[in-house]
Write a protein that binds this ligand. Structure first.
Ligand code: GLN
Length: 496
């Protein structure tokens, strides 16, 4: 039999319905692939093979009766930020050591209700804070891609992006058909760009945040990382939807996104914002961007120069808003209610000892910054000001939407970098999100689609930004880029 792990999610779905293989066979193929790859890549922090095979058995029974649900028998990976009922969920932090939730995140539940199979929990930056997956308490994830230098493969371990680095690496290495992910400032799109996968952050409110470990509640959104645009459309449809348990989740019908992908871009107005041509942008990234513009034009779109004047304030404002919300959200980890407890001489001492031992360096940095900007004397100067900047960023986009339907930018300023190359310099790391944070600040949908390889043979992505709740248009335009970029190569299985 051919290697089932190489199928796209859509191909696997059709193959199951046509009875070319069973859900159990498909699941077993992934379990085997994970066992071989995970010691090298560290994409999964927990595998749940018995759970997966039990779900696959149910799927096979339904398939036999002709009662297949939309994602029947399709094995996926679940980011460890999504609470899973009775299954360890840690957000890759020591402070949630051995935490077993008594509830399932709504997004996960939606997927299982649609018939999907869970292979295990995927690695991420601790509490989703990071851009390289190097802040995880379980250690970093290795990008399955390697770079070529001077005609030779360079064995430097590259980061898979973050915070959803386990999701991006697992999808790219064929260790699942698709994965859940979350994006607060770029954590779906940036890792997708660095691994040659497709990642969409939907509009704020499209997916329920209930049961997802909170980082910055006004920015966090769930979305899929998948192999193709079509696969990401299929997954998002079955992750999204109204949930009364999340008051920010919007009660709107979820369209059949898969029907959008083939609609093309004839007459679509594409905006190219001049402020995204940032200082120090590499010639390679700029060339990719120009290629994307040409592809969309060739497919019938019109191209328009636009201005988003407050772009340069997005990153500094994000690094006030996100830490502020994180310091408040993470106050609940006190050694009493969840996970780790380090007993002290009294209650305060217990809090302090638990948080000292349980949080990593980046998380502590954010809690300190967040507590500072929210403190009485500084609230107006920092937090309130950042919120005003946020309104201006949103207004920039509101103005742009009268002239264009979608905005095209690069996803990241550079392709995948090596372990440790940016980890010592928080500012260099924060700059990874320079093109993605505006989208979270404005609550808009954004997709990253693989568009080409760097001079060193590693993936690079283009980002499309859309109007609120107009994910459908993003899938249409992204499909045009995917078609034009040609079949994207898959990394060689050097770990096998
Ligand atoms: N890299 C950004 C940060 O560290 C965004 C992370 C995310 O989207 N979860 O905050």
């Amino acid at each position: 039999m051919t290697d089932l792990t190489k199928l796209t999610l859509a191909e696997a779905r059709d193959g199951l319905v046509a009875k070319k293989f069973s859900a159990t066979e498909l699941t077993q193929a992934f379990i085997k692939a994970i066992d071989a790859a995970n010691p090298h890549l560290n994409a999964y922090v927990l595998t749940t093979p018995e759970h997966a095979l039990a779900q696959a058995k149910t799927s096979d029974e339904r398939l036999a009766k002709g009662e297949a649900r939309p994602l029947e028998g399709l094995p996926i990976g679940n980011k460890d930020l999504f609470c899973t009922y009775g299954i360890r969920t840690t957000a890759c932090s020591r402070i949630l050591d051995d935490f077993k939730p008594r509830y399932e995140a709504t997004v996960g539940q939606n997927l299982w209700d649609a018939g999907a199979v869970m292979l295990g929990k995927l690695n991420n930056d601790e509490f989703a804070m990071g851009s390289s997956n190097e802040t995880s308490a379980f250690g970093p994830v290795v990008n399955p891609w390697r770079r070529t230098r001077g005609g030779k493969v360079d064995n430097t371990k590259l980061v898979p992006g973050g915070s959803s680095g386990g999701s991006s690496a697992a999808v790219s290495a064929n260790l699942c058909l698709g994965a859940t992910a979350t994006d607060t400032g770029g954590s779906i799109r940036q890792p997708a760009a660095l691994t040659g996968t497709v990642g969409i952050k939907p509009t704020y409110g499209r997916c329920s945040r209930w049961g997802i470990v909170a980082f910055a509640s006004s920015l966090d959104q769930a979305g899929p990382i998948a192999k193709t645009v079509r696969d990401s459309a299929i997954m998002l449809r079955h992750m999204a939807g109204y949930d009364p348990k999340d008051s920010t989740c919007v009660d709107m019908p979820v369209p059949n996104y898969e029907a959008e992908v083939a609609r093309g871009v004839k007459g679509l107005r594409v905006g190219v914002p001049k402020e995204y041509r940032v200082d120090g942008m590499s010639a390679e990234v700029d060339a990719l961007w120009q290629k994307g513009i040409a592809w969309l034009k060739d497919a019938g779109a019109t191209i328009h120069d636009i201005s988003l004047p407050h772009t340069k304030y997005a990153l500094p404002a994000y690094y006030i808003v996100a830490p502020a919300e994180c310091s408040s959200n993470l106050a609940r980890y006190d050694g009493v209610r969840y996970g780790l407890r380090v007993p002290g001489k009294d209650l305060i001492d217990t809090y302090e000892a638990t948080r000292e031992a349980g949080f990593g360096k980046e998380v502590k940095r954010r809690v300190l910054i967040g507590t500072y900007v929210l403190s009485a004397g500084y609230y107006d100067a920092y937090y309130l000001k950042a919120q005003k900047v946020r309104t201006l960023i949103k207004r920039d986009f509101d103005n742009a939407w009268s002239d264009v339907d979608v905005v095209l930018t690069p996803t990241t300023p550079s392709p995948a970098f090596g372990f440790g190359e940016k980890a010592g310099d928080p500012i260099a790391m924060y700059l990874e999100d320079i093109f993605t944070v505006t989208v979270n600040m404005a609550g808009l949908p954004g997709i990253s689609v693989p568009a080409g390889l760097s001079g060193e043979g590693t993936p690079m992505g283009l980002q499309l930004i859309g109007k609120p709740f107009d994910e459908g248009t993003l899938f249409r335009a992204a499909q045009v880029i995917e078609n034009a970029a040609g079949r994207f190569p898959v990394p060689e299985r050097w770990w096998a």
